[in-house]
Structure formats: structure tokens, C-alpha cells
Design a protein around this ligand. Structure first.
Ligand code: FAD
Length: 440
């Protein structure tokens, strides 16, 4: 039977494994295997909420093994390290538990069609001190680490007498794109809730100083200017200190240094600027004898054609954040959850024909717009309307509802209507008896 292996069960890979499992795996038309370095899936756009503690990781996590059992695919735990294109096998590193004991040995896995969807990582552009002194919000573990430090810092603030000008907790966020802006608002909301739970030394405006630093002249530089202005207005209302046009050139344990000479002190620094794909992709598919590796972009992404096939090997596909896919108009598909989702749906539909060697219409990204959540305060966004032939802006409750809809779309792709309705109901019930934010 034809073996399809998908590496990476993120926003794109898990949706694809689920769809292919239902369409091909369950019917015995192909053997579908999903490989991921982790055992559970967390939808990445929720990471800023996990970091602030306003979303419970356990409620959101999906167990790969259970999802595989229910949807006609297999799951293998392992981290991709190499691909032998000649023999069509991939290499997975050994995995270990927290005490360093081996869980799975290094493994090899055969494939007929390989699909790589390993996502991206935060890019600190080699800024001195960034690797040692910042938390990068690009994995559930990093979000949890940030949350632990935040709660510990709040508990500490509780025990230290308030002295004017000291004992204050400053969280500096580098990067005023969607992730940085969303995290800033989410932290402010979390501090308000923490104050209600007895952390009365953490007054959101007086004791928790949130600083957002952006190198571009405005926040949300990828989005229309009007949205930057709305976001800036909302953040100012929350007393969040915003520095635009300020490039961070060095990070220390307790400060950020900017190219302008400005220095901002910081108790916890989050790096949320820029993305790149993992370094190991640069040599993937090459051989020690000098055999050619798969083509990659400057950001380590695997370069793919319109059918999402890598340019040097038609049996290897790549999509989502780890792929560089150029559109007919010359633009590149952006590293966004909606792009990964659309590509997953494209491959779920087209793979049977592509494997059979038939000609398939290339993938075209349909930008549905962008939404930025300012926690419970507001949301801003632009939607692409076919009727208006361009983008139109939304703010407030409608934008908040649309933002929530993005997550529901992901849950629908993974679990169908009934399961999504039950999850939504359980989330509503959960909110009636649990604290609104995680306190441990
Ligand atoms: C804080 C934050 C907020 C965001 N908000 C939004 C938003 O509001 N809207 C939006 O459109 N986009 C948003 N994004 C971007 C969005 O999350 C990504 O574009 C999307 O998750 C990409 O999907 P993917 O499937 O390519 O990769 P991912 O979802 O990152 O999944 C990659 C998977 O590969 C696995 N993996 C990685 N390396 C290996 C390996 N070597 N071997 C095996 N498995 C591996 C990982 O464990 C993971 O499960 C946000 C991102 C962040 C970090």
C-alpha cells in the first residue's frame, strides 16, 4: 500500500493527517503516518494566551495517539533529522524523558510520499544576548516557561514591600507584530485578574509595566495603517509603553539596549519578532558524499512549486511555515495559520491525483484578512471581501467573534461539528468553576 508520511502535526499537518486518514486511511487506499516531536498538539495562535495563563494548556491539547485512532492514521513520536531520498527513508532522532532516559531509539521510517510541515521558530537575527536572556514564544513549553516566571515574579512581588520606584515587574516584548501586540494586551488583562485573586501588589498599571518595542515606524507593520493606529490607541489606554522605530541591539539579564542609545530595564523579556524555519532543513535530503539537498530559501524554508512539491524531489512535499511557496502574482504565501490550513485542505483534495501522476490546478492562497486580538478589551482586523473587492476593517465585538471563529474552524477540521460543539460547551462550563487564569 502507498505510504504517506506527514512530519509535523501542527496547524497544517494535523488537519491534513485527519483529512487523509478519513479519506484514504480508513478506506485502505493508503497508509497514513503522522510523525511529531511532541505527543500532543496545541494550536500555535493560542500561545500568547497560554503564556499569560488565560488559556489552560490541558483543555486545549489534542492527544496525537487518540486523534490517529479515531481518524484512520498512525502516529509515531520522533524528531525528523534527515531524509535519505535514494532509499526513501527518513531518520528520526531518539526521544528522551525529562530525566534523560530513552523513550524511543533513533528510528528510520520508509515512505512513498513524504510531506514536511514542521513549522517555524522565532528569529532573533543573532542579536547579542537574545538567545540567553529572552523567552521565545514559539512552543507550548516556552509559553509555559514564561507563565511560570510571571506567576513566580508576582508571588515574589507579594512578599516584597512596595517601595516607590522599585519592586516593580517589567515585561518587555520585542516585536510589535500581531504576537507582540496580542501578548501585551493579554498580559494586562491577566494582571487585572491576578489582582482579584489576592496578588494585590500587582496593579496592572502601577506594578506591572509592559513595554513593547518595535523596529518599524509603526505597530502591526504588515497590516493597513488604520489598524496600527487602532491597536496603538487601545494599548495606550492600557498604559502599555510602546517604542516604535527602535531596533534592539543587545539584551542583558535585566535590560534591552536600542540602537538609538535608549535602555529599557526588564524583569522578563519576550522575543516575538521575526520567524525562520529550522536550521536542519538547509541540508535536508543531501548526502555526506555531496548529493544535492532540497532547495531552501534564506529563511531555511523548503522551496516548493504550485503543487507544494519541493523543487528537487517530486515525492517530497512541504507546506505551512516551513515552506516557501510563490504565488502567480510573485508574492509568497505568508507564515500564517490560515495559509497552513488552506494548504492542508488543498493537499487533502489533490494528493490522490498528484500521486497518480495527474495534472492538478496549483494552490492559490486566498487571504481572508487578519485579526489581532486585544484580549478582552477589543480586537482589530481587516477582512478581504469578494463583494467589496478589497479589505474592509472591523473592530470590537464583531472582530472578537471572528477571531474566535478562526480557532473554531481549526477544531472543526480536526473533530467535526458535534465534537466542536461539545468542546465549546465544555469551555463555557469550565469558565463557571475555574479561575479565569492559571494560578500555578
Ligand atoms: C503566539 C503566536 C500567535 C499566532 N497567531 C496567529 C493568528 O492569530 N493567525 C494566524 O493566521 N497565524 C498566527 N500565528 C502563526 C501560526 O501559528 C503559524 O503560521 C501556524 O501554526 C503554522 O502552521 P504549521 O503547520 O506550518 O506549523 P506549526 O503549527 O508550528 O506546527 C509544526 C509542528 O511540527 C512539529 N515539529 C517541529 N519540528 C519537528 C521535527 N524536527 N520533527 C517532528 N516534528 C517537528 C512541532 O512539534 C509542531 O507540532 C501565530 C503564531 C504564534 C507563535
Amino acid at each position: 500500500m502507498h505510504r504517506i508520511v506527514i512530519v509535523g502535526g501542527g496547524a497544517g499537518g494535523l488537519a491534513l493527517a485527519t483529512q487523509l486518514g478519513k479519506r484514504m486511511g480508513k478506506k485502505g487506499l493508503a497508509e497514513i503516518t503522522l510523525v511529531d516531536a511532541a505527543r500532543t498538539h496545541v494550536w500555535k495562535p493560542l500561545l500568547h494566551q497560554l503564556a499569560a495563563g488565560s488559556y489552560d494548556t490541558h483543555a486545549e491539547e489534542i492527544e496525537y495517539l487518540a486523534q490517529a485512532r479515531w481518524n484512520g492514521f498512525k502516529f509515531r513520536l520522533g524528531s525528523l533529522t534527515g531524509v535519505d531520498r535514494q532509499n526513501k527513508t527518513l531518520q528520526l532522532a531518539a526521544s528522551h524523558d525529562e530525566a534523560g532516559r530513552e523513550i524511543t531509539p533513533a528510528q528510520q521510517l520508509g515512505y512513498d510520499t513524504l510531506i514536511i510541515a514542521v513549522g517555524s521558530q522565532t528569529n532573533d537575527f543573532g542579536t547579542p544576548g537574545a538567545a540567553e536572556h529572552t523567552i521565545k514564544l514559539d512552543s507550548p513549553q516556552a509559553a509555559k516557561r514564561f507563565n511560570d516566571r510571571l506567576i513566580n515574579a508576582c508571588i515574589r512581588a507579594q512578599t516584597v514591600p512596595r517601595v516607590a520606584g522599585s519592586g516593580r515587574l517589567t515585561v518587555a516584548i520585542v516585536g510589535g507584530g500581531a504576537t507582540g501586540v496580542e501578548l501585551a494586551a493579554e498580559l494586562h488583562a491577566a494582571a487585572r485578574v491576578l489582582a482579584n485573586y489576592g496578588f494585590d501588589h500587582i496593579h496592572p498599571e502601577k506594578d506591572l509595566q509592559i513595554v513593547l518595542v518595535e523596529a518599524a515606524p509603526r505597530l502591526l507593520a504588515q497590516l493597513p495603517e488604520r489598524l496600527s493606529e487602532s491597536a496603538m490607541r487601545e494599548l495606550r489606554k492600557l498604559a502599555i509603553e510602546v517604542h516604535t522605530n527602535e531596533k534592539v541591539i543587545e539584551v542583558t539579564a535585566d535590560s534591552l539596549k536600542m540602537a538609538s542609545g535608549k535602555v529599557v530595564s526588564s524583569s522578563i523579556t519576550v522575543w516575538a519578532a521575526g520567524v525562520k524555519a529550522a536550521d536542519f532543513l538547509r541540508t535536508l535530503g543531501g548526502t555526506p558524499e555531496g548529493g544535492e539537498a532540497l532547495e531552501t530559501s534564506k529563511l531555511n524554508q523548503l522551496v516548493v512549486n504550485g503543487n507544494l512539491q519541493t523543487t528537487r524531489d517530486a515525492s517530497i512535499y512541504a507546506f505551512g511555515d516551513c515552506a516557501a511557496c510563490q504565488q502567480p502574482d510573485g508574492t509568497w504565501v505568508p507564515p500564517r495559520a490560515q495559509a497552513a490550513y488552506q494548504q492542508a485542505m488543498y493537499l487533502a483534495r489533490s494528493l490522490p491525483d498528484l500521486i497518480a501522476g495527474k495534472t492538478v490546478t496549483p494552490f492559490v492562497f486566498k487571504d481572508q484578512g487578519s485579526l489581532v486580538s486585544l484580549s478582552e478589551y477589543s480586537s482589530v482586523g481587516s477582512l478581504m471581501g469578494s463583494l467589496t473587492k478589497g479589505s474592509f476593517f472591523i473592530e470590537g465585538q464583531l472582530a472578537k467573534f471572528m477571531y474566535w471563529g478562526l480557532h473554531k474552524q481549526h477544531q472543526l477540521a480536526l473533530g467535526g461539528f458535534k465534537k466542536t460543539a461539545l468542546i465549546t460547551l465544555s469551555e463555557m462550563l469550565d469558565r463557571t468553576y475555574r479561575p479565569r487564569i492559571k494560578l500555578h
